[in-house]
Write a protein that binds this ligand. Sequence first.
Ligand SMILES: Cc1cc2nc3c(=O)[nH]c(=O)nc-3n(C[C@H](O)[C@H](O)[C@H](O)COP(=O)(O)OP(=O)(O)OC[C@H]3O[C@@H](n4cnc5c(N)ncnc54)[C@H](O)[C@@H]3O)c2cc1C
Length: 406
Amino acid sequence: MSTKESNLDILVAGGGIVGATTACALALQGLRVGLIEPHPPSDSFDPVYFDHRVSAITRASEQIFRALGAWDKMCARRVTPFREMHVWDDAGCGAIHFDSADLGEDSLGHIVENRVMQIALLETLRALPHVEIYSPAAPTRLRIDDAAAQLDLDNGRTLHAALIIGSDGHASWVREQCGITQRASPYEQSALIANVETSLPHRDTAWQCFTAEGPVALLPLANGHSSLVWSVPHARCAALLQLDDTRFLHELNLAFGDSLGLIHAVGARATHPLQRAHANDYISSRVALVGDAAHTVHPMAGQGVNLGLLDAATLAEVVLDAHRAGRDLGDLLVLRRYERWRKGHNLAMQTAIDGLKLLFAKRNPAILWARNIGVRFTDENTALKNFIAQHAIGRRGDLPALARAP
Ligand SMILES: Cc1cc2nc3c(=O)[nH]c(=O)nc-3n(C[C@H](O)[C@H](O)[C@H](O)COP(=O)(O)OP(=O)(O)OC[C@H]3O[C@@H](n4cnc5c(N)ncnc54)[C@H](O)[C@@H]3O)c2cc1C
């Protein structure tokens, strides 16, 4: 083997939140892991201004980060707990209120900047032995044979491993190279994101209003500001992006209402086109897909990265069990256990989110009437509401060991 070649147990292509978590979980147990990331995040951290990409992180995801030793590094930078959630419909009188106290929990979850998670995970990974980080670097060629997978990088290196994990996002190169197809359908919406200031305090509460155009969510941030995620049809999104701040805030106040008083300031705005996608297979010989490489969902339920983190913890558990049993880590029979464990769960969550989206988009009077009754019934039925909330925050279901509460 030349000096430009390396032999590892596992290669993880994509060092976003899900890829870095997968790599940590495997390296922590002594496997030799190589991580390839073309766009390393800048290490600088602004103590005043929030990044506009933030995610609502479930208790299960927090538990995974704790188990890997990355949670304290995130807290040392910035995380914001949310203790309550208010969801309502601008066309009716139904509303649902979730409270962490009803579940015996400190919080329903945390709002964390994506960059804070990625930086903390990469810092954790760098401190582990037997980890090679190739960044900035991108794969150029993937070859699979009976003995190993081989990945050529654009920096001239060639890497060999028993298994390649594709965590390279929704436009996954690894997925494409393996010929894994996916079912994708655009939501015909874009998410407009920005940080905003409101005249009333957010009270550590996540707020979401369903409108005819799509949901408007305000997530609480540590400095009293809130993070806006406003899903609207593409043309409307493009128009909103063009407005000056005063006219934009006028439109936003009309859509969101006055639950937080007046929304009176907005930072830089960005948009993301939204699509639903699900890979037809999560695995092929010596390859497994995790996170957005395997599935994407609408952001209205704040589940995308949380599903990916459960993929990461599950795949790590399956691979580590195989390692302890002396099995080939890239064997399809080993990987099949991961696919069976996660695919049905992700599909069920995706279907539930799309069902809610469809239900709240309807303005037909009969559906409005039935929806109001359904929403009120759910809000008043504590057992049903707690059951839904415990699934949403990741305290129920067939969780991998890393995600279970201690
Ligand atoms: C507006 C919006 C709001 C959202 N809010 C939430 C929320 O509140 N809660 C939640 O759970 N989810 C949320 N999501 C979803 C969440 O952002 C994604 O599910 C999550 O970022 C996916 O992480 P990932 O690591 O799988 O993929 P990515 O974040 O896409 O990371 C992929 C990584 O792979 C790298 N890469 C790309 N190409 C290659 C290649 N060829 N080789 C190697 N590496 C490559 C990229 O540089 C990147 O670092 C939201 C999404 C949007 C759009």
